[in-house]
Design a protein around this ligand. Sequence first.
Ligand SMILES: [Fe+2]
Length: 473
Amino acid sequence: MPEPFYSAESFYGQQRALRFEADVRDCEVIGAIPRELNGSYYRAGPDSQYPTLDRDIIINGEGMVSLFRFEDGHVDFRCRYVKTERYKAQDAARRRLYGKYRNPYTDDPAAPRLDRDNTANTYAHYHHGRLFALREDSHPTEMDPDTLETLPTWDFNGALESTSVSAHPKIDPVTGEWWSFSFFAHRRFDGDMMLQVIDKDGKLFRQEDFQAPYPGVAHDFAVTREHVIFPVMPMTVDMERLTKGGDFYAFDPNLPAMWGIMPRSGTTKDIRWFRSPGAFMGHVMNAYTEGSKVHVDCTISGTNAFPFFRDVKGQRTDPMKGIPTVSRVTFDLASNSDVASEVRPFPGAMGEMPRCDDRFQMSRYRYGFMKTRDGIARLDWETGVRSLHPIPDGSAQEPVLVPRSPDSAEGDGFILCVVNRLGKNRADLLVLDANAMEAPPLATIQLPFDQPMAFHGCFAPRTSSGAQRAKAL
Ligand SMILES: [Fe+2]
């Protein structure tokens, strides 16, 4: 009896499998592509390859990477599954072999023992001319930036001492360094963490082990010019639960949300841990240091922000309390307190997928961007004003800001954002003028099919060699 394709439990609903790879040369465009927009917009997300176990969750889907290539007013589209080891094993078997998210005890007995957790589904990351599909429990999977052919996983020429790197890399806009960390770096699952720093040419030159206060979840982190901040949120890991076929994570409301703050000039031995009672962090918009204060602008909810994970008693957590609001969390290093000094919500900034103008990462900045329930928002931290591009008939994904030019003012550029057209089985890529959020899109790139929800991506500007390679598309 064939198994049905169950929809996956997502953040605020269900996601069905789409399961196709596609190429569209010269996408249909309404409006005009700005002439300054040349380069490749990469995104990564999950999509089921075969029927999953019932009640599978969105973050367990196989990685699907997509590319919108902008070239002199034309846009070409391509999407490909990341052909990971597990993808290839299931493809050969023509069925599901791997069970629940990060739980090998739920696998088919015939499943080959391999890199089972690496779905490469979280962040399409472009660094030193190379494209990587990242996933927080695994090594990066390299992909050809033009063809999206899957290349081998990358361990930095054998230098990487941990089992994973973060799926939320931070690029220092001054040095070009790729800052990262690993949670469960050695798969002891006792809170083993590691800091990693990679130089602008891709050489891994710094690795330091440290220990989190408890084995929680550290999905994102923050870097300022002076500090590194490691948030550890109260989702616990329990080996006994795993062996019984349970979930990898469960929310424990009795544990405090913790934030480790390290001076960049120091080492992980200098980490000081703070608490933020009642404030659960999801994603970071940006962070900066101001005197003795460290500000982390991030999505904050009152409880578990990952509603598809139950609590430690197996109960659902309150999905309404789990809806986050972008907030400024401030820590005062001059204080003796081990509690965040302030958690200040940005008015009306309820939503997720926060980004900033990446040229202003790690420093005091003005503009942030995010998806909200009603559209795509720009937050102005100087005036406290939220500007909205409303989307009445669709659901926005992560917005990414592309500067108009390398030296344009902060926030002067274009917002790229995929929008799923609800009920129409289609998706569009919107190009907005970031200085005129309320205005109609400059261009709407229409795909003749839908797109799975992607998590995170980036824009790589065209280089002279890239322009030549683009002809292969
Ligand atoms: Fe994320």
